[in-house]
Design a protein around this ligand. Structure first.
Ligand SMILES: O=C(O)C(=O)C[C@]1(C(=O)O)C=C[C@@H](O)C=C1
Length: 274
């Protein structure tokens, strides 16, 4: 039985492309919080959301919702190569364009192009939403996918307009439970420090170095408790049920006021080929 997967819609988004790697039974949602809600309430089996990009960095909404609002698991990661296309209504020439619409992440990943073209930028809930919005809109263009051009009958006026190439976005698959041991896994956690003192973060990171566990990502996000108070997000190689990892996680739990294990899941092929 194919899983029913929630993704950031409408049809034609990069998140849809990532979700298609899991299943053909996809349901579009307008926002990341709606996707997490659908997973939490059992309306879908899983949800696919973006978590970081190689140009723009973290997707704050995903990190903040997983930290503060939802107790859900990361079951898998999907790394996608993202090429942004400039889409416009049929017959419109590049020099006639004045306004560009797209998801904030896409606008940021194409910042130099937008500046060079002198376009006014407008944020939308997704790239495909932008493609629908510009239909029939004079002087308007959208940054989106090849599929969105076909779905919404738009012309491609410029290709691969992102500021840097390759441009990769990492998505996570959110479920109620995380993955069993597969032998080449990653684990994601978050934690806060008891106090702001020299060596506080070093002591936590040192637990991994001492156990020869490789960290693949560290990110700090505001804890919302005041300036200078952070939540730290860590990704590292290994499964939470492996003995050496479980010992580290117990140590962190004993030394920090707040720690969450977001999940253990198979490492995407992209990381294995690096
Ligand atoms: O709007 C889309 O097409 C999305 O899938 C969202 C999203 C994102 O939020 O990062 C996904 C991949 C790209 O980095 C640009 C936008």
């Amino acid at each position: 039985m194919l899983d029913v997967i929630a993704y950031l819609g409408p049809e034609g988004t990069f998140t849809e492309e990532a979700a298609h790697r899991l299943s053909k039974k996809l349901i579009p949602f307008d926002s990341i919080i709606d996707i997490l809600d659908a997973v939490k309430n059992g309306k879908v089996d899983k949800g696919v959301v973006p978590i970081e990009n190689s140009i723009e960095g973290p997707v704050g909404a995903t990190l903040d919702l997983l930290a503060h609002e939802y107790d859900l698991c990361i079951e898998r990661e999907i790394v996608l190569k993202v090429d942004h296309y400039l889409l416009a209504n049929k017959g419109v020439r590049l020099e006639e364009l004045t306004d560009v619409y797209s998801h904030p992440q896409s606008l940021a990943q194409c910042h130099k192009f937008i500046e060079k073209m002198g376009l006014r930028a407008h944020s939308t809930s997704s790239t495909a939403a932008a493609a629908k919005i510009i239909k029939g809109k004079s002087g308007a263009c959208a940054i989106g996918t090849l599929r969105a051009a076909r779905l919404y009958d738009l012309e491609i006026v410029a290709e691969a307009i992102q500021d840097y190439t390759p441009n990769m976005t990492r998505f996570i698959v959110i479920a109620l439970h995380d993955h069993e041991f597969t032998g080449s896994d990653k684990t994601s956690i978050l934690f806060t420090l008891a106090e702001d003192r020299p060596g506080g973060l070093y002591e936590i990171l040192g637990l991994f170095a001492y156990a020869n566990v490789n960290l693949t990502k560290i990110e700090s996000r505001p804890s919302k408790m005041g300036l200078g108070r952070y939540i730290f997000f860590l990704d590292f190689e290994g499964h939470r049920k492996e003995k050496n990892i479980s010992i580290i996680l117990k140590e962190i739990k004993d030394r920090t006021p707040f720690m969450k294990i977001l999940g253990s899941y198979p490492m995407d092929e992209w990381y294995k080929k690096r």
